[in-house]
Design a protein around this ligand. Structure first.
Ligand SMILES: C[S@@+](CC[C@H](N)C(=O)[O-])C[C@H]1O[C@@H](n2cnc3c(N)ncnc32)[C@H](O)[C@@H]1O
Length: 303
């Protein structure tokens, strides 16, 4: 049973996030000046993105540790109807994977840790790390991490190198809207339509431009039978019209403190209507209360 205090905490939560971000403003200004990035300093969008990067460096690891209880089972094929199961109920990620908005590579280690054999036993096995890694990555042939922000790409490359994933993980330094432009990617790698086995999007579709159009473009990259693993925060749908208005009001300020992230995207509809799916298993985790201001969707869509 939720108390009034719980309700208030959920309603205030986005303001706490913004206050953490606001405390990073002086650091962001100092860094941009010391690095001579004057253009970024004096361009509102550029500054907001830089601020968001510094905010996420602090908050991201905490968000990751609370989200892992859902994301790891999701990637292991242990989620159905947004509920985590001890057993494998779907297919784990495998093959050629496109990780959207990979950021600084915070989730890269998870691709090494997850059990992609489809035989999750409920508990961590007793094998050493090398054996575990070989088992874990058996089904994954390549991961492409799409990330437009230069600072994050640098960190992403560094992190995947430290994890010994150079052969397996390639950072593609563009936004998803430029994926089909080899001049923009500056890479020999092009992602052809119908060539990707799995798309993984973790808390990033909120940040991409023209969400509806770009989700449709991503859909085309999936092979027939390809799967899209989703963990995203979305527009409030439960909880009534007042909460929807309140979320839109917060979004007005959010846009400054949280870079290109937006609160009120109807991501569920955009995903479901991206193209014909053979199955859609996407819902809000049932343990999230109706008045949560950053409600999530969790699940897998199969082409
Ligand atoms: C909230 S962060 C999440 C990063 C990462 N998925 C994580 O959980 O740590 C959103 C990410 O989306 C990225 N992003 C913004 N615009 C994008 C675009 N057009 N295409 C791909 N990624 C984008 C941002 O740079 C940022 O790294």
């Amino acid at each position: 049973m939720e108390t009034l205090k719980d309700v208030l905490q959920h309603l205030i939560f986005p303001w706490l996030f913004m206050s953490i971000s606001s405390r990073r403003i002086p650091y962001t200004i100092r860094t941009l000046i010391s690095e001579g990035r004057w253009q970024t300093l004096f361009c509102l969008d550029g500054f907001c993105d830089a601020l968001f990067g510094n905010f996420w460096a602090v908050v991201g690891p905490q968000v990751k540790s609370s989200a892992e209880v859902r994301v790891i089972p999701l990637l292991e094929g242990r989620v159905r109807n947004a509920k985590v199961s001890d057993h494998v109920v779907g297919k784990p990620v495998s093959g050629r994977i496109l990780e959207i908005g990979a950021g600084t590579g915070m989730w890269a280690d998870v691709f090494l840790r997850i059990d992609t054999t489809g035989q999750h036993a409920g508990t961590e096995n007793a094998n050493g790390p090398t054996t575990r890694r070989r088992v874990a990555t058996r089904g994954i042939s390549k991961i492409y991490g799409v990330e437009p922000h230069a600072q994050s790409v640098k960190a992403l490359r560094q992190r995947t190198k430290e994890l010994g994933m150079e052969d397996m993980y390639e950072a593609i330094p563009v936004g998803i809207e430029q994926l089909d432009d080899p001049r923009a990617t500056g890479s020999a790698t092009t992602i052809e339509p119908g060539s990707i086995d799995c798309i993984v999007s973790i808390l990033c579709l909120c940040s991409i431009p023209d969400q509806e159009k770009n989700i449709k473009a991503l859909y085309k990259l999936l092979k027939p039978g390809g799967r899209w693993y989703v963990y995203e925060h979305v527009k409030v749908k439960r909880g009534g019209i007042l909460l929807g208005w309140y979320q839109r009001y917060i979004n007005f300020f959010w846009a400054f403190f949280l870079g290109s992230c937006r609160l009120c995207h109807d991501t569920t509809t955009h995903l479901k209507e991206a193209g014909p799916w053979s199955s859609v298993d996407l819902a809000q985790p049932p343990d999230e209360p109706a008045y949560k201001m950053l409600p999530h969707i969790l699940g897998v869509l199969t082409k």
